[in-house]
Ligand binder design. Sequence first.
Ligand SMILES: [Zn+2]
Length: 345
Amino acid sequence: MKPVILPPHQLRCFYQGGARIAALRGDGGDESWSPEEWIASTTPRYGEVVAGLSALPGGQLLREAIQADPGSWLGAEHVAAFGADPAILVKLLDAGERLPVHVHPTRDFSRQHLNCPYGKTEAWVVIEVTGDDPHVYLGFKDDVSAEDLRALVDSQDSQGFLDLMHRIPVEVGDSIVVPSGTPHATGAGVFVVELQEPTDFSILLEHKPFDIDGETKGHLGIGFDLALQAVKRTATSLDELASWRGHLDLTKPADQPQKTMPPIADPYFRADLVRPEASAAVAAGFGVLVVIDGAGSLDGTDGPVAITSGDVLAVPYSAGEVTVTGNVGIVWSRPPAPDEAGKGA
Ligand SMILES: [Zn+2]
């Protein structure tokens, strides 16, 4: 198979953003309330059956195509390690406003309470920022008691939450891993490629300023008493934060893929920058690509595919080793390596 250029798949959400996705993708989508594009998704939105799943150009759902031929799409080693599932969800996320403070469950919590083997550790690769002071919020600066956390949720004290959290300035090329359980919020003006475990589990600590019924939809249907047990209430130290971050000059060419993520991401996903000086070879394997600028070509087993800025693609394992040429930049996301199966929390 050849790499497949995917049609637009921007989703409406309860928070604002999306203009930069429309600009990058050139698809003229709704620019105010569609801040997420789910790319090569085999993960439905929470509580939905089909919504959230990506389609191939002919209309077939990618998930069906993979289930029909997992070896070609994912490779035997991946299937042996993770099953007939890409084990990754990739999005473009254009935060037009600060997102609510929220948390995703760990794998243990998901297994115990949500009947799912995946939690949702996620990570951001910052590809564009606007405003004077782009930033994110991540982790509590000090330990927070269960009573204090509950009081903040009950009172919906937005500033109270933000005051407790690390506020981290970000710039283009930063990568930030958000381990499951860690409270976080992306700030306005931050445009990222977002990598996640393949679930849509979010616990909304903050919901009042947003257009969503948080009392009903904020706790995954298990109630806040239980849902808040998923929150890492202990302090996140500066050393810990440093181990969750990486940085790469996204404009710098190299004739091999450049790892964007710190090692803590390894059990969950991989993301490389591919920006060849002459050409760069990427090993065979399922990939989810965002072409962030330029134009070029992907040449695999079944011949070349021309790519240009704003394209997003799914690369099947059976494309083989792919040679990238051209003046082009790609954020190339992949599932964890098969030998990472069973690691992570
Ligand atoms: Zn999140």
